[in-house]
Write a protein that binds this ligand. Structure first.
Ligand SMILES: Nc1ncnc2c1ncn2[C@@H]1O[C@H](COP(=O)(O)OP(=O)(O)OP(=O)(O)O)[C@@H](O)[C@H]1O
Ligand SMILES: Nc1ncnc2c1ncn2[C@@H]1O[C@H](COP(=O)(O)OP(=O)(O)OP(=O)(O)O)[C@@H](O)[C@H]1O
Ligand SMILES: [Mg+2]
Ligand SMILES: [Mg+2]
Lengths: 247, 247
């Protein structure tokens, strides 16, 4: 089970979702791998990983095996990234089969994990295309905002193209409403617009705004470890159940 | 006066700030140009521009003059972008002087405008480097959040390098706290950390969270036109005054 966490719109809780959904699945007994595909490295940073000896860039460049880049955190395995990943992305642009690099790398470890979650950068560039070509499922965390909606067409088109050309098994597991203030009229209008215009499921679980979720990274912890009784923890545990029930 | 609106962290109100600071400056009598440098095109979208006949990609590719790409909106001139800009960025990677393309293009119109604002994508890739090489001022809109702080080192480093190698006139006008809930302890902790560790001014103006700011794009308007009495309008008008007083 390989899940790409995708949204080219910035700041839609992709990293927060990858960390905390991953942690909730691990707590439910699954063997979980988190892969940071964003050169900015927020995923590793959120889990207290500073100066990782190896990063996903080294693995994609063929310099080391994925297994050498694994870091233990909170019962999860994590592959961190760092800024060199941006240069690698430029180099890859000239290569053959450049969209399938990650798929090849993950094949070697797919048997060792129940769930692999890939945190994507806020772009639809080559790294995100690699994630969508390697994954069998996609989660799209989205704010129920007008500017978030603008991006949904493009994600949808990109997924259709990748299904046709590179990865016929790709499915959208669902759109995850994040940081949603349910009282706001705009939020329900955006949600209805999605329901009427897109074929994707919208998760029943909504991730509510909660300060604990944004505090947790400063302690290098998932919010589930940092604030186990918070609404954020409960939301992500509920999401983990919904994900497992829908697979 | 050319201002790059920069932050590689996603969703930090770069686009919302470019639109509304631009509008407030135009209302104060300035001749203002807005340039959308993000292939996702949120700036044009926020001002109701659909299917622009020409985009900044055509201008950077040398196919048309900047003056042919100008679109009138609310007393501002706007150059929109579209998804082709992402492909252009890849093509540029192989070129000589590829960082100075935008600088060259803006030189031809600098006399016609008092303020040019450049909306940057959530990355420090070639397009943002072009913006930083063309600009004389930088505004960094930032949430007072831990994950926003992670990005500040990298922006700071990038600006230092560009000043040394490409654009000695580049100055950081200031960090703009956006969507800040002042009651939250984390917000003031992040702010203090910035004050103690970075040489940059933090604007006195804070952009408060306000639903009007996120509704305005669905009407294709700046929040100043859409909701002139809202806190968002007041905040951006106050920011315009602060910007003019600090230049
Ligand atoms: N449920 C939540 N409640 C409050 N704040 C949140 C929540 N989830 C995430 N945040 C905060 O919102 C900001 C954006 O989240 P995050 O960095 O996970 O988004 P992202 O989509 O990965 O961003 P990018 O596009 O830059 O990769 C961060 O400061 C994060 O701490
Ligand atoms: N003051 C505000 N109050 C409430 N919502 C806001 C405010 N400013 C911006 N927003 C909303 O927050 C989201 C992010 O804003 P915006 O798109 O301007 O950020 P950005 O930095 O340009 O994002 P990206 O990195 O994707 O380019 C949008 O949905 C926007 O409407
Ligand atoms: Mg992220
Ligand atoms: Mg933007």
């Amino acid at each position: 089970m390989i899940i790409a966490v995708v949204n080219q719109k910035g700041g839609t809780a992709k990293t927060t979702t990858t960390v905390n959904l991953g942690k909730a699945l691990a707590d439910a007994g699954k063997r979980v791998l988190l892969v940071d595909l964003d050169a900015q490295g927020s995923l590793g940073y959120s889990l207290g990983i500073q100066e990782a000896p190896h990063s996903i860039a080294d693995v994609l460049a063929g310099e080391i095996d994925l297994s050498q880049a694994l870091i233990d955190r909170e019962g999860l395995q994590v592959v961190a990234s760092q800024i060199g990943l941006a240069d690698l992305e430029l180099e890859l642009a000239g290569m053959q089969e450049r969209e399938l690099l990650l798929a090849g790398v993950l094949q070697s470890v797919e048997e060792s994990f129940d769930v692999i979650l890939i945190d994507c950068p806020p772009s639809l560039s080559l790294l995100t295309v690699n994630a969508l070509s390697a994954a069998n499922q996609v989660i799209i965390p989205m704010q129920m905002e007008v500017l978030s909606l603008q991006g949904l067409d493009l994600i949808s088109e990109t997924i259709t193209k990748i299904k046709a050309a590179l990865n016929p098994h790709l499915e959208v597991l669902g759109i995850l409403p994040v940081m949603v203030d349910k009282r706001r009229k705009l939020s329900s209008e955006v949600r209805e617009h999605i329901q009427e215009n897109y074929p994707f499921r919208i998760f029943d679980t909504n991730i509510r705004p909660n300060v604990r979720a944004s505090e947790a990274p400063s302690f290098g912890q998932s919010v589930i470890s940092y604030a186990p009784d918070s609404n954020s923890s409960k939301d992500y545990q509920q999401l983990a159940n919904e994900v497992l029930n829908n697979l």
